[in-house]
Structure formats: C-alpha cells, structure tokens
Unconditional design. Structure first.
Length: 458
C-alpha cells in the first residue's frame, strides 16, 4: 500500500511510546487517525487533544466509519496486542492492509538518511540526545523517539528541510530489520527478549543482520567491548566509542558540585569543556555516541557544546521528580539487569553517603525467569529494595515465576519488602526515605505523582 493513497490510519494499541510517534506523524500530514488502547493515559489523552479518535473498549462497533473503507485504510499493529484481539480479528477477516509499527516506520524513513540508535539499553536517551543536537543546530532533523523529550514535550520532531531522520531502532520482535540506516550507533548487546529469540546466539545474530542493513557511504559506531561481529557492506566505515576509549571518547572528566564536564575526542577534533545538561555518569557514554553521530553529520563544535548543555533528558530516564535537602526522588525506565546496575551506580556516585531505596516492578514473566539471579545481583547494590508483582504486558503467567524469585536471591542483610502495587503508597508513607528511585517499564509510573506528593509533604 502506498502511503500517499491512504486516507485513514487505525492503530491497534495507539498509546505505546513508539506507536504514538506514528499517530502524531500521520496527524501531521493530514490523515484521519483513530485507534484502540487498553487504558487511558496522559499520552493517549494528549493524542486525542491533538486530533486522534482513540477509544479504550475492545469493540468493533467503535471503529469510526472513516476506517471502514479497507482500500483507503492502513491498520498499524503493535506486537503487544494479542492475536485474538476482537478489532484485529475484524481487520484480518475483512482483508485490510495490516502492518507492524516497525514496517511502517521503515517505509516512512526509507527515503531519508536514517541515523539509528540500537542496543539493549541506552538507545532512548542516546537517540533523544542525538535528535536534540541536530534539531537545535543548523543541520536539523525529523525524529521518531522511544521516549518523551523533556526539551520538546513530545516523541516526534519534524523538519521539512533536513535529510536526516533520527530513529530509535528497537530489536524487540526483530523490528529494526525493517530499517535502512545511513548511520547507526549500537550501544549494547546484553541478551534480552529471549522469549522471542530463544538463545543469546540468536539475539546476537539479529544484531549482526541489522549491521548488514547500513547503507554504503554510511557508518557503524559501535561501543567498544560489546559482543558483536558486524557484517557491514563494502563502503561502510566502522568506528568504536566508549566513555574513555575508542575513536570517539571523553577525557578530562570532571564530576563535582552537581555538574559533569568533559572533553569530547573525535578522530580529527577535540571539543573542550562540554557541560552535560543531565549530569549523571551514564550520560557521558550516551553523550559520546550522540556527539559522534552529530559530528559526523555536520553539527559544528559550538552547536554540539551548546546542545549538550541544553539537553534536558527524557521522561522516565533518570528523571528527577524531587530534589531537596531531605529527600531525592527519581523515576527510571530501567527493566534489564544491566540497566538497573548502571542506574544504581550512577545514583551511588551522586549520593554516596545516603541511603538509597528502589521500588522495582519486574517487566514480563519470561524476562524474570531468564534473569532473576542477575536482577537480584543488580538490586543488591542498593540499601533497600521494595519489590512489586510482575507486570505481565503481553504475557500470560508462567508457573513458578513471580517476584519472590528475585526477593529470595537478594544479598543477606539488605532491607527488602514484597508488596502489591496497590499497597505501594502506604509502604512509602511508612518508610524512612532519603533517596528513592522507581524502576521498571510497566505501569509503576502511574504511581509516581502520588509518591512525589507523599515525599514532598515531609
């Protein structure tokens, strides 16, 4: 189906962070946009305000008349929606064109120069940082992001003139295989989504296939030390990066007084005294990758320096909600053991002499089954852990798999609590909190405003 021939687009699962960027894109080019999502959220309400017709009941009678012309309607599907979903079944039975989110994104961005960020973790912050560096420079960009940029209040940036599109390249369900990157960063390849891939080897092979899609004349910027044997085409350059070594790296790192300054080293250039707008140590490495993409695509040293200092971060990515002399509270999307370890280490660096508590909501039964020991190891770096029930997302329960698996493997002596999410506000009220972080990719974020209110009243 040619996108130019489409009059309406229907999203089955409109409120996901990746889907919502496409909702906004199709609204921006004048299409009629409608869809279903399971529950209302701040994001779905924003989409409705922007012009999308979204409902929350699984009911084919609620599909708008504009979407009943199957020849002029594209149905966009998220993998999170089960195959037996009533509306999806209706579209299948009636011969609609149904495409996955990643396939549509690949079609939209195929004619542009895609600057893609892939990896098990770090990709949302790195891609959002890259988009900000380009957008605030003379180069410009369009961007489809996996989080809400705090600079722009959205996950979609649009440019009429720039040839560049910044894309978060998601490995879940092999989605990134639909893309045609001009340049790509790969931040990490720690095994994940083993419910899809089965083995670590298959997971790595998926990244290797992704590297074959980078277009000649472009390049791969790969974090030094990751487990990956890239299979790039002839004419694709391969660079390395990391925090302190590689073709792109930082040196003269200065951390203190709530600030981080670095010098950025590129193959033919050093940019001195760059101040990080979000001063946490993990953003040194994320920043090196983002600056590498910006530098290779013509953003000037002055623009890079200004952009890094003015970057305000991403919602739910090391996102400070409250910071005063009594208590610090932040929210983070970390849902893989490696991400949690990085988050905790960054907090320790900032608050070495304070008690650090985390509320963790495990995401997926399969991920908990595969990594419960690694989760326990990462969480054991904290002083106190409050564990919630597993957020199932797309999955049915797996017998014998629950949060107790993690709870029972936490190091001896750590303060620990097991509770249901409905009890979390009462638990927080009765805890001595100095530094608190919520961790997880499920619906724990729905409780953040109420937790913030409790802590702010102390």
């Amino acid at each position: 189906m040619n996108l130019a021939d489409i009059k309406s687009v229907y999203f089955v699962g409109a409120g996901g962070i990746g889907m919502s960027a496409l909702v906004r894109y199709f609204l921006s080019i004048g299409k009629f946009v409608a869809g279903y999502d399971r529950t209302p959220s701040e994001l779905t309400e924003q989409l409705i305000a922007e012009g999308a017709a979204i409902h929350y009941e699984e009911n084919i009678d609620l599909i708008p008349p504009m979407c009943l012309d199957k020849e002029a309607t594209l149905v966009v599907l998220t993998p999170a929606v089960p195959n037996e979903h009533a509306e999806l079944c209706y579209f299948k039975e009636n011969g609609y064109t149904i495409q996955k989110r990643a396939q549509v994104l690949g079609t939209i961005t195929h004619a542009s120069k895609g600057l893609c960020v892939a990896g098990t973790h770090g990709k949302t912050t790195t891609s959002t940082m890259t988009a900000h560096l380009l957008h605030q420079s003379h180069v410009g960009c369009t961007a489809f992001l996996g989080g809400i940029s705090k600079n722009y209040g959205t996950n979609l940036l649009l440019s009429k003139d720039s040839p560049y599109t910044v894309i978060e390249a998601d490995e879940f369900d092999r989605s990134f295989h639909w893309l045609s990157p001009y340049m790509s960063v790969i931040t990490s390849t720690d095994p994940d989504h083993l419910d899809i891939y089965g083995t670590e080897e298959a997971y790595l092979q998926s990244f290797e296939k992704y590297t074959t899609l980078i277009q000649p004349g472009g390049c791969l910027i790969m974090r030094k030390g990751i487990s990956l044997k890239p299979q790039v085409q002839v004419g694709v350059k391969v660079y390395t990066y990391s925090k302190e070594e590689g073709d792109f790296h930082a040196e003269n790192i200065r951390i203190g007084n709530g600030e981080i300054q670095i010098d950025f080293v590129a193959p033919y250039c050093t940019i001195k005294d760059i101040k990080l707008g979000v001063p946490v140590s993990i953003n040194i490495e994320n920043g090196v990758a983002a600056m590498a993409l910006a530098y290779l695509n013509g953003v000037t040293p002055e623009e890079i320096k200004r952009g890094m200092e003015s970057f305000r971060g991403v919602d739910r990515r090391f996102d400070f909600k409250l910071k005063n002399e009594k208590v610090v509270f932040l929210s983070d999307y970390a849902h893989h053991p490696s991400e949690i370890k990085q988050s905790v280490m960054s907090i320790r660096e900032l608050y070495a002499d304070r008690k650090i508590t985390a509320i963790f909501q495990p995401h997926l039964y399969s991920r908990t089954r595969d990594f419960y020991k690694e989760f326990a190891d990462s969480l054991s770096l904290l002083d106190e852990v409050i564990l919630l029930d597993i957020y199932p997302a797309r999955e049915l329960p797996i017998p014998g798999v629950d949060s107790e698996l993690i709870y029972n493997h936490l190091r001896p002596g750590i303060e620990k609590t097991l509770c249901k999410k409905e009890e979390i506000l009462d638990v927080v009220k009765n805890k001595h909190i100095e530094v608190l972080i919520t961790l997880g990719a499920g619906d724990i974020d729905n409780y953040v405003p109420a937790i913030e209110k409790i802590l702010a009243a102390r």
